[in-house]
Design a protein around this ligand. Structure first.
Ligand SMILES: Cc1cc2nc3c(=O)[nH]c(=O)nc-3n(C[C@H](O)[C@H](O)[C@H](O)COP(=O)(O)OP(=O)(O)OC[C@H]3O[C@@H](n4cnc5c(N)ncnc54)[C@H](O)[C@@H]3O)c2cc1C
Ligand code: SF4
Length: 477
């Protein structure tokens, strides 16, 4: 039993700090770390039973050939393992770090299903690709032949960048427009650095720049340049703008100072980690240091907020969620991490209102799970007369995101959207209602995952190539 436990998920970064204390010399630390990581990756990879029914692969949105690269890793053939892994994934080291593996590949590993603890597929994927970068196996993106056509990509998140990579490899001229000052989308300004180091993202952006992808940053399409002008300048357009309209709270006091949106809070924290001057952080508005913090919501964004607040030195961090633990949308692994770091979850509670001009407390309603709704999920209902006040001087709203109204913002009513406001795009080809315009990622799916955005971007690049080839053929006839 002890051996089995030892062989289960081993998080190198968690175990190493003890060694760091014993080791004062950075050089020694790096060497020990590398040796330790190598040993653990091989140990984990060798646990794959090569079962022949790779549910892990089936449940990876990119259908990564996991058993093959695990076998090669176990045999120490890391360069070959990397070659197989990168063939289906544009950013394997990013997915290895931030995919919710417990809901995807690892959750479906047959060893996990048989109760022996999953092979830590994500950690191995991260290790193999990080090693590839260190060893110089990650090759520059070099097109075999340049093409004359140009494609505009609106949005430099994982969906847009994955498409940019694939199109550039085929020699297409690619221009990526983004309203932020750095590329990466939520990889850069949403997901915290303790989950995804920013140099890992910037390294990929640099690789694309070196491949000839042009980035037009600080450019808000619809304001700084019209959508129509972009269509006029390029042969095809890919919309990969994500979803950024935060769901809001109502109720008395909900406009008080000290009640902030999760995306603003996380962006400020990420900007600080780049060394930027962030006025709202310096003023304390978006800084949890020394504060009693309440985060409202139960998804992955809420988990990122609570864990960031702990790292910023909050005096207490509580998370209010209206359902129970079993019914929360966020990853169980993330919740466990947060608890271990000192976050208190107050299950089955919801905010009714707030006190103070600058927030002093949240008026908390207690909830219970009622009868199942049409979807079969039990709806939370209020327990009357059980309200209480929970002191707080920073409240972070992490209630999810909705799409912005692009047809109105861009003055393009022919761009069809669903009743949720997401762009209507063909599930397979990613074509929208406008000819030559494609769409991928969260703006089509609603708030989703990085790995799905990557898959969409890769698939859309194929459809865009078909479109460009057909257009060229028609022009030649
Ligand atoms: C806090 C947080 C944590 C998350 N953690 C995880 C995680 O751990 N694992 C995971 O798999 N997923 C996670 N996600 C979800 C994941 O980040 C998204 O699903 C993914 O980034 C979507 O990719 P995208 O390319 O569609 O959009 P985005 O990454 O949102 O990128 C869209 C880009 O478009 C730009 N843009 C928008 N409108 C315009 C415009 N009009 N003009 C120019 N540019 C524009 C934006 O500035 C942005 O850079 C998280 C999301 C959040 C909010
Ligand atoms: S991309 Fe994500 S789901 Fe696929 S193997 Fe890697 S970590 Fe698992």
């Amino acid at each position: 039993m002890a051996k089995q436990k030892m062989l289960q998920f081993v998080d190198v970064d968690r175990e190493m700090p003890q060694k760091r204390a014993a080791d004062t010399r950075a050089q020694d630390f790096q060497e020990i770390y590398a040796e330790f990581a190598d040993k653990k990756a091989k140990e984990q990879a060798s646990r794959c039973s090569q079962c022949g029914v790779p549910y892990c692969q089936a449940h990876c949105p990119l259908h990564n050939n996991i058993p093959d690269w695990l076998r090669l890793t176990a045999e120490g053939r890391l360069e070959e393992a990397y070659a197989i892994s990168q063939a289906t994934n544009t950013f394997p080291e990013i997915c290895g770090r931030i995919c919710p593996q417990d809901r995807l590949c690892e959750g479906n590993c047959v060893i996990e299903q048989s109760g022996h603890g999953t092979v830590t597929i994500g950690s191995v994927e991260k290790f193999v690709t990080d090693t590839a970068w260190e060893q110089g196996w990650v090759k520059p993106v070099t097109p075999a032949q340049e093409r004359g056509e140009s494609v505009a990509i609106i949005g430099a998140g994982p969906g847009g960048l994955a498409a940019a990579d694939m199109l550039r490899r085929q020699g297409v001229q690619v221009t990526v427009y983004d309203r932020h000052d750095r590329a990466g989308g939520l990889l850069t300004y949403g997901i915290p650095g303790f989950k995804l180091e920013k140099d890992v993202v910037m390294r990929r952006v640099k690789q694309l720049e070196e491949a000839g992808v042009e980035f037009v940053l600080n450019c808000n399409v619809g304001e700084d340049i019209s959508f129509d002008a972009i269509r006029g300048k390029h042969d095809a357009v890919l919309i990969a703008t994500g979803v950024y309209k935060s769901r809001d709270l109502n109720g008395p006091g909900s406009g008080a100072d000290g009640i902030v949106r999760a995306i603003d809070y996380l962006t400020a924290s990420n900007r600080k980690s780049f060394g930027d001057d962030v006025a709202e952080f310096e003023s304390g508005e978006l800084n949890a240091e020394g504060k009693s913090v309440i985060v409202i919501g139960g998804g992955d964004t809420a988990m990122d907020c609570v864990r960031t607040a702990i790292r910023q030195g909050a005096t207490s961090v509580k998370c209010l969620y209206r359902r129970d633990r079993a019914n929360m949308p966020g990853s169980q692994r993330e919740t466990q991490n947060a608890e271990e770091e000192g976050v208190e979850f107050v299950w089955q509670t919801a905010p009714k209102g707030f006190t103070g001009d600058s927030v002093e407390s949240v008026i908390v309603q207690k909830m219970r799970l009622g009868a199942p709704d049409a979807s079969g999920r039990r709806s939370p209902e209020v327990i009357e007369g059980a309200d209480y006040n929970e002191p707080a001087d920073l409240v972070i709203k992490a209630l999810g995101f909705e799409p912005e109204d692009l047809p109105t913002l861009w003055g393009e009513q022919a761009l069809e959207v669903t009743r949720w406001g997401t762009i209507k795009a063909d599930f397979r080809t990613h074509e929208t209602s406008l000819p030559g315009v494609f769409a991928v990622g969260d703006i089509v799916r609603g708030a989703s995952l990085v790995v799905w955005a990557i898959r969409d971007g890769r698939e859309a690049s194929e459809s865009i190539m078909d479109f460009l080839n057909q257009t060229a053929q028609v022009a030649a006839e």
